[in-house]
Design a protein around this ligand. Structure first.
Ligand code: 6GU
Length: 246
């Protein structure tokens, strides 16, 4: 997969060179390029924004600067499997299902806005040529799209073939395919006694069915406590008798 990130703070994307995403880039699974949007400004001050039509606070990013940057980054390629991702608090919620869809693209371009956002015409014009996803990573306001871009790239990268050491962990962790709609059970490792806190005995029992049942119960209990709205959305046919007892 090829991933291009456009930002006025390209250094903000430096963490993409580390850890799981950094390894995927080093292994050639991801071709990653980070660009400075100001390279497409035309004035001496490399201006990328202007005051909002209609008045109000803040500045809006100019569509012409963004449009030139996008065209250059795309470089006249076939756009059928290209997705432009625009992080914005006004976007559709970014979920594991959206990450899975994005993982099927050949190419992602992430347009990180700052200030009051990007002129809507940039998004609307791009949408006449390619798939565009305006995405929000949660109900809070960040100063710009860069952190959201890190979130999206990492969530997508770990779904790409050959990126995770153990593909099963992508399927079993919270919101993965094997446990749709439940958060994960707690995890334990050595030592068996940490400052007086011991490990649930069933996990030391060697009884695999009992361990699986305990984990399922803990997932349900945690989900009910922390994410009651997810319990409402559960498919009742996917609950067994033991689930219903929790
Ligand atoms: Cl994608 N961008 C910004 N600026 N703030 C956000 C967000 C995105 N998602 C939640 N808050």
């Amino acid at each position: 997969m090829s991933i291009d990130v456009l930002s006025i703070f390209p250094d903000y994307l430096a963490p993409l060179g580390l850890s799981l995403v950094g390894k995927a880039v080093a292994d050639g699974v991801i071709a990653l390029r980070v660009h400075d949007l100001r390279d497409w400004a035309t004035d001496r001050h490399r201006t990328v924004d202007d005051t909002p039509y209609g008045g109000g606070a803040g500045m809006v990013m100019r569509p012409d600067v963004w449009g030139r940057a996008l065209d250059d980054v795309l470089g006249g390629q076939d756009l059928t499997r290209t997705v432009l991702v625009v992080p914005t608090p006004a976007g559709v919620p970014f979920t594991q299902a959206v990450a899975s869809e994005l993982a099927h693209a050949d190419r992602l371009v992430l347009a990180c806005g700052r200030y009051e956002g990007i002129d809507q015409r940039f998004v609307d014009e791009a949408a006449t040529r390619m798939t565009v996803r305006e995405l929000s990573i949660g109900d809070y306001v960040l100063a710009g799209g860069e952190v959201a871009a890190l979130v999206v790239v990492e969530a997508v990268a770990r779904l790409l073939p050959g990126v995770l050491g153990n593909p099963e962990s992508a399927a079993t962790d919270s919101f993965g395919t094997a446990s749709v709609g439940l958060v994960e059970h707690p995890q334990y490792t050595r030592p068996p006694d940490y400052r007086g806190h011991t490990v649930p005995p069933v996990l030391l029992s060697g009884h695999h069915a009992a361990v699986a049942r305990w984990r399922r119960d803990e997932s349900l209990r945690r989900t009910a406590q922390r994410r009651p709205e997810l319990i409402e959305q559960l498919d009742p046919t996917e609950l067994d008798a033991a689930d219903r007892a929790v």
